[in-house]
Design a protein around this ligand. Structure first.
Ligand SMILES: Nc1nc2c(ncn2[C@@H]2O[C@H](COP(=O)(O)OP(=O)(O)OP(=O)(O)O)[C@@H](O)[C@H]2O)c(=O)[nH]1
Ligand SMILES: [Mg+2]
Length: 389
């Protein structure tokens, strides 16, 4: 397949020369399966980066240059990737920084993941042996780590370890599908928003750990405050929109009605049918579980609805197992709460709300998405997802 390494540049004259030499002389000869191309996306850098690239284009024929107005990193990527697909017939695109922060030796590993069937491969500095530079000041380290944590938490997708990095590989179809929605993010928020949309649309994403090297030449183009404000604005609004449209709201409504069913039928079984509390609680909980399973299946997770009767027979016990997990969480939190703060109505009710909001919702919603209806594809858990059927 035709692979285009898209390298955005702004004042990277020295770096681009070093990088292209390494790619052409050390990396490309080792890649036999694919035809490798380079596209430098430059915004008319005042240091004449493009002049340097033109010189390199005489030496190697697999290099192209795309020039345009400086509108930020995201805009450069959208322009460059469109060019790579339309003019260079790219099947696979790579996002790569010019400043040698990304390890070119890792490129074959990214391509192997694509060959295995993944749609996008994310370089990660925060898992599996990846790292950020040791010589980064403490502020920069904290910013990077906390920034990632905030994005992960707000977007509720914890299995992606590195949201903000810019070392990635993807199939051209992925970019073509998301392109329309990416034009709004001109700066670095592009990386987060792109990945977020890719996951939303159910593309298969893998991670490859790498060591991020600090640039040795030239200056960073990040404007930290602008980046943080932009990023927070994106993740918060995206999350609100997603919540409004997503199965999450339907799941929450279903769960709340399930809770009412549980509590009302508990009273009915106890008061009207005089059933002993243990069994009354068991029947009423099971009724609520049946309600949750049916309504989630047809409504909240309707797009991934299970209709095959055998599959329902397989999934219903699994669903019960997940529900038992929720019961264990609630019992533990209520136990701890009453143990620490006294056994009274206030402590019990507050513990219950805390248990549900902080633990049961993230737990059960993730379990439904990963194991029951499988909306989320998680590479590190794919063996377990297969195992549960
Ligand atoms: N074409 C284009 N390239 C850009 C723009 N902003 C940044 N880049 C390039 O994007 C890549 C990443 O930018 P950097 O400034 O290195 O950002 P970073 O790697 O996240 O931060 P540092 O670790 O501080 O270097 C580099 O190759 C830059 O030259 C832009 O507005 N237009
Ligand atoms: Mg950099």
């Amino acid at each position: 397949m035709r692979v285009v390494i898209v390298i955005p540049t702004y004042n990277e004259k020295g770096n681009i020369e070093r990088l292209i030499n390494i790619l052409e002389e050390e990396i490309f000869p080792k890649i036999k399966k694919h035809q490798m191309y380079i596209l430098v996306v430059d915004d008319n850098s005042p240091d004449d980066t493009s002049g340097e690239v033109r010189k390199l284009m005489k030496k190697w024929k697999n290099i192209d240059l795309n020039l345009g107005e400086k509108l930020g990193l995201g805009a450069a990527y959208v322009r460059g990737m469109s060019y790579a697909i339309e003019k260079m017939n790219a099947d696979i695109l790579l996002e790569f920084d010019a400043d040698l922060s990304h390890d070119p030796k890792k490129i074959p590993e990214f391509l192997e993941k694509i060959d295995e069937g993944f749609d996008m491969v994310i370089g990660t500095r925060y898992s599996g042996g990846g790292s950020i530079p040791k010589n980064w000041g403490i502020n920069r380290k904290i910013q990077s780590i906390i920034g990632n944590l905030i994005v992960k938490t707000i977007l509720m997708r914890f299995w992606i370890h590195d949201w903000t990095g810019g070392f990635r590989a993807l199939r051209s179809e992925v970019f073509s599908k998301e392109k329309k929605e990416l034009t709004a993010f001109r700066g670095y928020t592009f990386q987060v928003s792109f990945l977020h949309k890719v996951l939303r649309d159910g593309f298969k994403v893998a991670e490859v750990p790498f060591h991020f090297q600090d640039r040795t030449l030239g200056k960073s183009k990040i404007v930290p405050t602008e980046y943080v404000v932009d990023l927070l604005r994106y993740v918060i609004t995206a999350r609100i929109i997603e919540l409004y449209h997503s199965p999450f709201m339907k799941y929450a409504v279903t769960g709340f009605i399930g809770y009412l069913i549980n509590s009302i039928t508990l009273e009915i079984f106890s008061e009207w049918f005089l059933i002993a509390p243990f069994f009354a609680a068991a029947f009423s909980s099971e009724l609520s579980i049946v309600w949750n399973f049916i309504v989630n299946n047809f409504w909240a997770f309707g797009k991934h609805r299970i209709t095959n009767p055998w599959k329902i027979l397989l999934k219903f016990p699994q669903f019960n197992l997940v529900s038992i997990g929720s019961v264990v969480i609630i019992s533990t939190v209520v136990f701890l709460g009453t143990h620490l703060f006294g056994n009274n109505t206030f402590v019990r009710q507050v513990s219950l709300v805390i248990a549900i909001a902080l633990f049961v919702i993230p737990y059960s919603y993730s379990m439904y998405n990963i194991f029951i209806w499988k909306r989320w594809h998680i590479s590190s858990l794919s063996w377990l997802q297969k195992l549960v059927g």
